[in-house]
Design a protein. Structure first.
Length: 250
């Protein structure tokens, strides 16, 4: 199975961008999963994030709350709900959950157990099997809403969605329930659907490019030919990374 490594390039392109994450965290090695080495962009941001939830006027005159940031604890809960979306959490998914949690929150180890326990209690509210997705979505909604009362570090909604996509594709299986939950989050956070679809397309393209690299390396072509082709693909990946950076930071 090919080893996918698009997170590193995005991490490099995000250096110095402002507003996406409150604290800069140290690089953590991603576990060896099918879509591996997915890293959270190491982004610099202001010491304080103000106006976490902004108010805007609707066409009917009622105020609408616009979510502009998600606390790292709430983000971790949402990550957990995503890996639980298909009803079964694989060991590789749990490893990814732990790694991403550590990437966005330097203090994640201190409260990861309580986060998992809270999520499990939420999922136990299921009465009938048909209720599972609704209970899952309720948990995500509560995690987003709780951010407005939190004093934790924050990540932006777009960065949250990008991280969720990298987790969803970590095993190369984008389950229907995962995409349904992601679409709900996109709507809840008022993210432009065109941005979400572009992120999806970017990950699919990066996966295809990684497969192409893996195939090229198995051929009996001359070394210099293979090197030139690999370098060309790397350039194409960098263009995609820049595009994703713009999607997240703008």
């Amino acid at each position: 199975m090919a080893k996918f490594d698009f997170g590193k390039g995005l991490k490099k392109t995000m250096q110095g961008a402002a507003g996406a994450i409150k604290h800069t965290v140290e690089e953590v090695k991603i576990p060896d999963v099918k879509l591996s080495d997915v890293k959270i962009p190491d982004v610099k941001a202001p010491e304080q994030l103000k106006n976490i939830f902004k108010k805007k006027e609707s066409t009917e005159g009622d105020e609408i709350i616009e979510v502009t940031s998600i606390s790292v604890k709430s983000a971790a809960k949402i990550f957990y709900y995503l890996i639980a979306a298909d009803g079964e959490i694989q060991d590789s998914e749990m490893e990814m959950f732990l790694t991403v949690g550590n990437e966005i929150d330097p203090e994640f180890a201190d409260h990861k157990d309580s986060i998992v326990e809270e999520c499990k209690k939420q999922l136990e509210k299921e009465i009938d099997p048909d209720d599972y997705y609704d209970v899952l979505q309720d948990g995500v909604e509560a995690a987003i809403d709780k951010s407005k009362h939190s004093k934790d570090s924050y990540i932006t909604p777009k960065l949250l969605v990008w991280n969720l996509l990298t987790i969803a594709y970590s095993d190369q299986e984008y389950a229907e329930a995962e995409r349904k939950l992601l679409k709900y989050i996109v709507r809840k956070l008022d993210i432009d659907k065109a941005v979400f679809l572009e992120m999806e397309n970017s990950i699919l393209t990066l996966m295809d490019l990684e497969r192409e690299v893996a195939w090229i390396k198995t051929t009996d072509r001359p070394y210099l030919t293979i090197e030139a082709m690999v370098n060309e693909i790397a350039d194409r990946k960098n263009v995609i990374f820049e595009s994703v950076k713009d999607l997240i930071t703008l």
